[in-house]
Design a protein around this ligand. Structure first.
Ligand SMILES: [Zn+2]
Ligand SMILES: [Zn+2]
Length: 299
């Protein structure tokens, strides 16, 4: 009787934790970055939050996996990390070049910008997220509907399991393509560099939370953010299911353009991936947009 009551209480606790873990991890990571900004150590704070979140998800994936079969290796861990390092390097280069060429200095004082600099930081970040998300949504949707762009996006969709490590598995061209859409919109709107940095930081945190293999229930957050519950459908091999939920951080543009998809009567398929013959080796994956294009020319 005593043990039955303990296990009953434990299962209630586990259920509550499932409901709060997504927002809890995001709020903690954001607070860590915010705290670091106040102390003038944003890079240190970001890395602390980024690797702290990765470490926590590593343990949570083992303690409460969404799918136990996805805990086994797919032989792609080094490739996933390789793509992450390349794309992270690229985004840093982009931010630096934007500063070098003065793009980030458009700001509210120029004729390009309408930026509401007097708004509280929270609302400025929300606005920048919505503007950048519009670019991310269309870059992603086009990548699914325009074959040349699909060739590089297929590298992301070639995964056969979802876990936090394949968050950064994007081909270099894919990241360049998405950044060009999102950053140019945010900078043209006059978003200051600090606010753009906030968008990049939140994107990194939400990316981990979207791909992780943790059993989370996001409830009403599924109407605001791109959550793992929504994104698992996006990795379906069935086109009517996979060509949905294009949002990167927010789901607002999927709602506006009628591509949000979260059926309540069934779970997303576990057999994920894509039909394209994306190579297993890293260099083959890097070369894939070119090799796929050459192959198509010969047909
Ligand atoms: Zn996609
Ligand atoms: Zn994904």
């Amino acid at each position: 009787m005593f043990f039955r009551s303990i296990s009953h209480h434990l299962s209630i606790l586990k259920n509550v934790f499932r409901q709060i873990v997504w927002p809890l991890m995001l709020i903690l990571s954001i607070y860590c970055y915010f705290f670091g900004m106040k102390l003038q150590h944003p890079v240190l704070a970001f890395n602390f939050a980024y690797f702290g979140l990765a470490g926590s998800l590593y343990f949570l994936e083992r303690a409460m996996p969404y799918e136990s079969a996805w805990l086994f290796s797919d032989g792609q861990i080094l490739n996933d990390i390789g793509h992450t390092i390349l794309t992270k390097g690229l985004s840093q280069l982009l931010t630096t070049s934007a500063t070098l060429f003065g793009l980030a200095e458009f700001g509210p004082s120029t004729s390009f910008g309408f930026w509401p600099e007097s708004w509280p930081l929270f609302f400025q970040v929300c606005l920048a997220l919505m503007i950048a998300e519009f670019g991310l949504y269309w870059a992603h949707r086009l990548a699914h509907q325009w074959w040349p762009a699909w060739c590089w996006h297929a590298v992301h969709h070639s995964v056969t399991k979802l876990w936090f490590v394949n968050t950064g598995r994007f081909h270099l061209f894919d990241s360049l393509w998405k950044s060009a859409f999102a950053l140019s919109l945010a900078l043209l709107a006059g978003a200051p560099k600090d606010i753009v940095m906030w968008v990049l930081v939140i994107t990194a945190f939400i990316g981990f939370l979207t791909h992780c293999n943790v059993d989370m229930r996001c409830g009403w957050l599924n109407w605001i953010f791109n959550t793992p519950q929504l994104h698992r459908w996006h990795h379906s091999q069935v086109l009517e299911e996979g060509n949905k939920n294009y949002g990167e951080n927010l789901i607002i543009w999927d709602i506006v353009f009628s591509t949000r998809f979260l059926p309540s009567n069934r779970k997303p398929p576990l057999d994920i991936g894509c039909a394209d013959p994306v190579p297993k080796k890293f260099l083959g994956q890097i070369a894939y947009p070119v090799t796929a294009w050459l192959k198509r020319q010969k047909m």
